[in-house]
Design a protein around this ligand. Structure first.
Ligand code: ACO
Length: 416
């Protein structure tokens, strides 16, 4: 049954290769010689934070590589658990290493009772799920007596624990929001399958389980994005892994980053149908409104993750006319945006444009899309924070002061 999904991924890879030049020229791949000279633009565009062996994004060509492995190949052959191991430990695991890693993940999947009680006491239905996730991860740090041990060994253990536990928290938040009791994890299922089960309350079919697994693989790491950098900055002060992940979640929440997947669905619902796309897009241009799910700081070509998610969204849209309407609207919007801004500004769909349609087809509510992103990115945040910790130097850039100098202090009674 998975064979046709693998074929979809293979075809997406063929299209990606045909559309980008045959031999992409890598950039930013040689060791950093400090001090480094680079052109830094607003938003730290162009700044170099250090060197890494974890992942590589080639924006102009639309490449995404984890530890040398292409994201198309990982999506076709790997699992989220194996990809997490690859990101954390630098190589694909042997059978024994994989069994040990799975056993460890499984041992951590159940949440402590205090965390469940805390969830029960929070306004989970009204708060944004990313705020709840951020709060519970922060609380898990308080409940872990070893959370302040900041050795690589101790923080690696926390990263593995959180890869397992964020899945369970996300499942619990989704259930509580619907007025239902959280489900206990089922360690006979993969993290992806169990995520869908714990969120929807239904055992996913093989198709949904495999596609969720691919979604988790594709979102796991992506260079020096805002949330990864936030997590690394916090970890660089030797704070602790929980605090670093809280920072990552906080940053991912915003609509210019991970929160865009939710915003895309809101836009598609607002547009309503294919017939309204042209008028909606014209109005958005007049109002200088950004089209959510398009554009990227690094990709100026088609995002390889969107190349895979687009046909998967199409596949899943066949099962429900409402999802089909969303998909058709999205595909039409893509034509208008790419036709208008693709060549001129390098604006193409990013990872967030089609992911929400995939999750909607699985029966997952819009507000839960960004927590699913966090479930996956937990691996990248952990791997990157740990890699930096091995050769740590606190992040401490400077800002240019443009305020007045030497202002005389006037006592409050004498101020006008
Ligand atoms: N819709 C319309 N125009 C856009 C869009 C968009 N989504 N994104 C960028 N542009 C245009 C800008 O208006 C700008 O045009 P100009 O040069 O004429 O002023 C040009 O493209 C460059 O835009 P910047 O703002 O400089 O791009 P930046 O690298 O700062 O921002 C970002 C990247 C935040 C992703 C931006 O493209 C955006 O806001 N996209 C929509 C939100 C989104 O989808 N975010 C998810 C990104 S993927 C992720 O984080 C997982």
């Amino acid at each position: 049954m998975k064979k046709y999904i693998e074929e979809i991924v293979r075809q997406a890879k063929v299209r990606a290769r045909q559309e980008s030049d045959a031999e992409p020229e890598p950039g930013l791949i040689s060791p950093v010689q400090w001090p480094v000279n680079c052109d830094v633009k607003q938003g730290l565009e162009g700044a170099i934070t250090g060197q890494t062996e974890i992942g590589y994004v080639n924006g102009p060509k639309g490449w995404l590589i984890y530890r040398g492995l292409d994201c198309f190949d990982l999506s076709e052959h790997s699992t989220f658990e194996e990809t997490s191991y690859l990101l954390l430990f630098g190589k694909l695991p042997s059978k024994t290493e994989m069994d040990e890693f799975m056993a460890k993940l499984n041992s951590y999947r159940t949440l402590p009772d205090e965390a469940l009680r805390l969830l029960d006491s929070l306004p989970v239905k009204s708060a944004h799920p990313m705020s709840t996730l951020r709060t519970i991860v922060s609380a898990l740090g308080m409940m872990d007596p070893n959370s302040d041990v900041t050795t690589v060994k101790a923080e690696t253990e926390v990263a593995i624990k959180l890869i397992a536990q964020i899945v369970t928290i996300t499942g619990a938040i989704a259930r509580i929001r619907k007025g239902e009791k959280p489900l206990a994890p089922d360690t006979s299922l993969s993290l992806a399958a169990d995520l869908v089960r714990m969120m929807t309350g239904k055992m996913p079919n093989e198709e949904d389980a495999r596609i969720m697994d691919i979604c988790l693989i594709l979102h796991a790491d992506h260079g020096m994005n805002a949330s990864t950098f936030s997590a690394m900055v916090v970890n660089s002060s030797l704070s602790d892994m929980y605090s670093s992940i809280v920072a990552g979640i906080a940053s991912l929440k915003g609509p210019l980053h991970g929160g865009a997947n939710e915003a895309v669905l809101a836009d598609l619902e607002e547009i309503g149908s294919v017939d309204n796309v042209q008028a909606w897009y014209s109005l958005s241009k007049v109002g200088k409104r950004r089209v959510m799910g398009f554009g990227h700081r690094v990709y100026k070509a088609y995002d390889p993750r969107a190349r895979i998610l687009h046909p998967l969204a199409e596949l899943l849209s066949r099962r429900d006319p409402n999802v089909r309407r969303l998909y058709d609207t999205a595909a039409e919007l893509e034509k208008w945006v790419v036709g208008d801004l693709g060549k001129e500004k390098g604006i193409f769909p990013n990872v967030d444009f089609y992911s929400g349609i995939v999750y909607t087809a699985m029966g997952i509510e819009k507000a839960m899309f960004t927590p699913i992103f966090a479930v996956s990115r937990m691996s990248g945040w952990g791997a990157r924070a740990l890699e930096y910790l091995k050769n740590n130097r606190i992040f401490r850039p400077r800002a240019v002061y443009v305020g007045p100098l030497h202002v005389e202090y006037v006592p409050i009674e004498e101020r006008s």
